[in-house]
Design a protein around this ligand. Structure first.
Ligand code: AMP
Ligand code: GLY
Length: 424
């Protein structure tokens, strides 16, 4: 079958790489894709948010199935638009995508579904948010309610910083209308993990666990980014913890979405804090995580296209996924200055050499082709991912590959997976 994948990040390169291995695939198109996805199929120069032109393209090329990677087109109703013209599409509807696109909606649903999360208040006016934050002497987390590319969350140990964050979001509008509302919540302590599950409206199939590294600096210091690296599995997620998360979080949320009249289908991503009192939800995302998808899909042995189709057909209960028992580590190489301002168009070398390494895959994120060369074109540039018999071996191999890849100002964290390695 002909398939269209929408998006152009590291996540989409990993999805394209995995789809390209499917026996059911005839031709893969990626809109708009990147130089990495160009090697898995044909890139199409249509923006991920240009739903009208994507619809025309789908009918022109007889595409039977569309997979939507990023949250923006999902929140804008891409899946609803394809389904309306009779095309199967993977991902939640616009209504269901609110679970990520509107943090106030997500909090409300968690409350009504008895899912444990941080205590939170929602504010539409800066002065109310300010008064509330000022009245507290504990650390607070201030979040833009709308979509902010993973950067809309400020963890503030000092309430004064919380007020500043609310001001930037609500008054200075650094995230535009995504900051018309803020959610102010208690800071949770513990270790984080990402739990991704396929959901077909009714059935839930939980993937292997993973852990992201959000802050820019080693030891989780500095501002949050889209994600600086990930590994899978996450030892903090024991079998018992995974059952508890499924029972107390995933099942009630999927039920809650049905009760709300917004049934959930696609990938449901729960960002979890494992606190001393048990697992608590930090956020839901309505798509594959980036960079978690890179190590997770490197470990998936089964056909990704078949499971995505089963999600759309409501037959997930007939699916059995097989995972590589080895562990995977993905190190994200970023441009100097990210998550702030950075320069682009730096020539990347060493990719060819890394291609010959076994059990290593380099997933492109912010790259472009220029005069026959691959250059940087974004903040997060590459996700260098490796498999190893142990997490330590996977880490060593990933960094061996990272050190062969060069571009001016290249930066990466040096401690990806250390939390797993240091576990007793
Ligand atoms: P989110 O996009 O909501 O997952 O937030 C991004 C990051 O901010 C998370 O991965 C956590 O590291 C941190 N964070 C969010 N909410 C909280 C919270 N209530 N307590 C502590 N850290 C949080
Ligand atoms: N890795 C975090 C995210 O995908 O939002």
């Amino acid at each position: 079958m002909n398939v269209l994948l929408i998006g152009n990040g590291g996540r989409e390169h990993a999805i394209a790489w995995k789809l390209a291995q499917s026996k059911e695939l005839k031709k893969l198109y990626i809109a708009p894709g990147n130089p990495g996805t160009a090697r898995c199929g044909e890139n199409v120069p249509i923006s991920a948010n240009d739903i009208e032109n994507l619809l025309s393209f789908v009918s022109e090329k007889q595409i039977a199935f569309v997979i939507v990677g990023p949250e923006d087109p999902l929140a804008a109703g891409a899946v609803d638009a394809f389904e309306k013209v009779g095309i199967k599409a993977f991902g939640p509807s616009k209504g269901a995508a609110q679970l990520e696109a509107d943090k106030a909606f997500a909090k409300q649903l968690m409350r009504s579904s008895s899912v444990s999360t941080a205590e939170a208040r929602v504010f539409d006016r800066f002065r109310d948010a300010k008064a509330y934050i000022a009245s507290r002497d504990e650390p607070v987390v201030v979040k833009a309610a709308g979509l902010a590319k993973g950067k809309g969350v400020f963890v503030c140990d000092d309430p004064a910083d919380g007020i500043l964050a609310a001001e930037k979001i609500m008054r200075d509008k650094i995230f535009g209308s995504a900051g018309d509302r803020v959610v102010v919540e208690d800071k949770l302590l513990g270790e984080e993990a990402s739990i991704l599950a396929f959901v077909d409206g009714r059935n839930i199939y939980v993937m292997e666990s993973s852990q992201d590294h959000k802050p820019i600096g080693d030891g989780d210091t500095g501002p949050n980014t889209g994600g600086m690296g990930a590994y899978s599995p996450a030892p903090v997620i024991t079998d018992a913890m995974m059952s508890q998360i499924t029972r107390e979080i995933l099942v009630p949320i999927v039920d809650g979405m049905n009760r709300n009249g917004t049934p959930y289908k696609g990938v449901l991503y729960a960002g979890i804090m494992i606190t001393a009192a048990g697992p608590r939800v930090l956020e839901f995302n309505v798509r594959f995580g980036d960079p978690e998808t890179q190590p997770i899909l490197m470990r998936l042995k089964s056909d990704l296209l078949s499971v995505c189709l089963a999600v759309c057909d409501g037959t997930l209960d007939q699916v059995e996924l097989v995972w590589d028992r080895r562990q995977a580590v993905c190190v994200v190489m970023v441009s100097q200055g990210y998550p702030g301002k950075y320069e682009k168009a730096k020539i990347i070398t060493g990719l060819q050499e890394v291609e010959n390494m076994q059990d290593v895959a380099v997933f492109h994120a912010g790259t472009a082709s220029k005069d026959g060369k691959i250059v940087t074109a974004g903040g997060r540039v590459l996700g260098v991912t490796a498999l190893g018999a142990t997490i330590d071996q996977a880490k060593q191999k990933a960094y061996l590959a990272v050190d062969k890849i060069k571009f001016e100002g290249a930066y990466c964290r040096r401690d990806i997976a250390d939390k797993a390695i240091k576990k007793p």
